[in-house]
Design a protein around this ligand. Structure first.
Ligand code: CTP
Length: 414
């Protein structure tokens, strides 16, 4: 197995000294550790001690002419499997959330498409400040992973609360966890979807009644987002076309946010061609025929409104029945049913021109709609395969493995 490569970014906080132990422990576990230090970090530990313990040269400045020529921020990110920021100070988090890139550390963070884990460390008041909490939420939505901060005594006297950096062994455990989840399966040669374009629809659609009201459904989007993450983990270029969900965007996935079925269809058409199209969105079947441009008022002069509905375009069917060349070689639909699950799924597969239908029972008692688990049946021309109840992430990974195998068997090299 090849070496596991960490890029450690040390921020300027008193907890920076703990990074020496983190590096030592990580190297013991077989990681190579390359380090970038911010200017402020160098006030707390010296590049010399970091370089001695990591056995690598420590990088500090973005505009050091020699270093930029030898090893730029793009290469630094490319040559790492995982980036760890410790301590992640309030200032560094703000810069990351704002997309700043005025030194080597922030430039690497903006340029990377690798998983990033941060270990925040700051005074509890700074951690609890609305600005830091806002930045933390932004980073989480951007797909950044967090470890800590822990609660406890701070370096400053009489200050307690969350803000203490996670201990080196905790950071290392988080690294190992990420390795298992995101990285281990696809470092080295196992990127079976590299060079493939995977298009996924997800979430509900919102169909306007007037500027403040809409028709929607209970879809959470979780299964579609999990598929996007799984496809990306196998090396695919992923376009996720999502109705309103509020879910964090999986790292490295390109997302287009849409509201209505018609917007979703137009965005899907613009994103083609693709090697596979996976349609998990719970598209509203109908929209309001004459949505009002003004808020509909509830007063004595107006009668209770009646909504008249017209059918929305069927996105899966439009793509499933598209002509060869435009139609992805593999088209996968989902069928959310409450009765006669398999019978309906088989009918949908034919009527919509899909190759596979992933069918599930969404009766309220199953808790699948909006929940974290799913029990699916894969309906194809070959028959029906029923999978046991599992986490939506596992459904996603197994389905993407199957997609990768199908593409390898039925289409040429990517
Ligand atoms: N679908 C779509 N566009 C629509 C309706 C559905 O792309 N306007 C896709 C869904 O993303 C899913 C599949 O079609 O992959 C089946 O959706 P479902 O709602 O179960 O089927 P419907 O066609 O709406 O049939 P019904 O509601 O009558 O069961």
């Amino acid at each position: 197995m090849r070496e596991r490569r960490l890029l450690l970014i040390i921020g300027g906080g008193i907890a920076a000294y703990k990074c020496l132990e983190l590096i030592r422990r990580a190297r013991e576990r077989g990681f190579s550790v390359r380090t970038v230090m911010t200017k402020a970090a160098q006030a707390f530990v010296t590049p010399l001690s970091v370089s001695a313990i990591s056995n690598e040269r420590v990088l500090t400045e973005l505009f050091d002419v020699d270093e930029e020529r030898e090893i730029g921020h793009i290469r630094l990110s490319r040559e790492a499997d995982l980036i760890v920021v410790a301590p992640a100070t309030a200032d560094l988090m703000a810069k990351m959330a704002g997309g700043h890139a005025d030194d080597l550390a922030t430039a690497v963070l903006l340029a990377t498409d690798k998983p990033v884990l941060i270990a925040p460390a700051m005074n509890p008041r700074m951690w609890q400040h609305a600005a830091t909490q806002r930045n933390a939420a932004t980073l989480e939505a951007d797909g950044i992973h967090f470890i800590g901060p822990n609660a406890g005594e701070m370096a400053e006297r009489n200050e307690a609360g969350p803000g203490r950096m996670a201990e080196p062994h905790e950071i290392l455990a988080a690294i190992e966890r990420l390795w298992g989840d995101e990285i281990a399966n696809h470092i080295g040669a196992t990127q079976p979807l590299a060079g493939r374009h995977v298009l996924i629809t997800a979430g509900p659609t919102h169909e306007p009644i007037d500027p403040v009201r809409y028709i929607a459904n209970r879809s959470s989007g979780k299964q579609g987002y999990a598929l996007a993450a799984a496809a990306r983990a196998l090396g695919a270029r992923v376009t996720l076309i999502s109705g309103p969900t509020g879910l964090p965007i999986p790292h490295g996935v390109f997302v287009s946010h849409v509201e209505s079925a018609r917007e979703m269809l137009a965005t899907v058409e613009a994103a083609l061609p693709a090697d596979v199209g996976i349609f998990t969105a719970a598209v509203a079947d109908w929209r309001v025929a004459d949505a009002s441009n003004q808020k509909i008022k509830k007063d004595a002069k107006h009668a209770t409104p009646t909504l008249s509905l017209v059918e929305n375009p069927d996105i899966l069917k439009t793509v499933g029945q598209a002509k060869a060349g435009r139609r992805p070689p593999l088209v996968v639909g989902f069928a959310a049913e409450t009765d006669n699950v398999l019978e309906n799924a088989k009918k949908k597969r034919k009527s919509k021109g899909a190759d596979w239908i992933v069918a599930n029972d969404v009766s309220p008692a199953t808790g699948i709609m909006g929940g974290d688990r799913n029990a699916v049946h894969i309906v194809s021309a070959e028959g029906v395969e029923s999978w046991p109840d599992m986490d939506k992430g596992d459904v996603a990974r197994q389905l993407m493995d199957r997609v990768a195998a199908w593409l390898a068997e039925n289409t040429g090299e990517a």
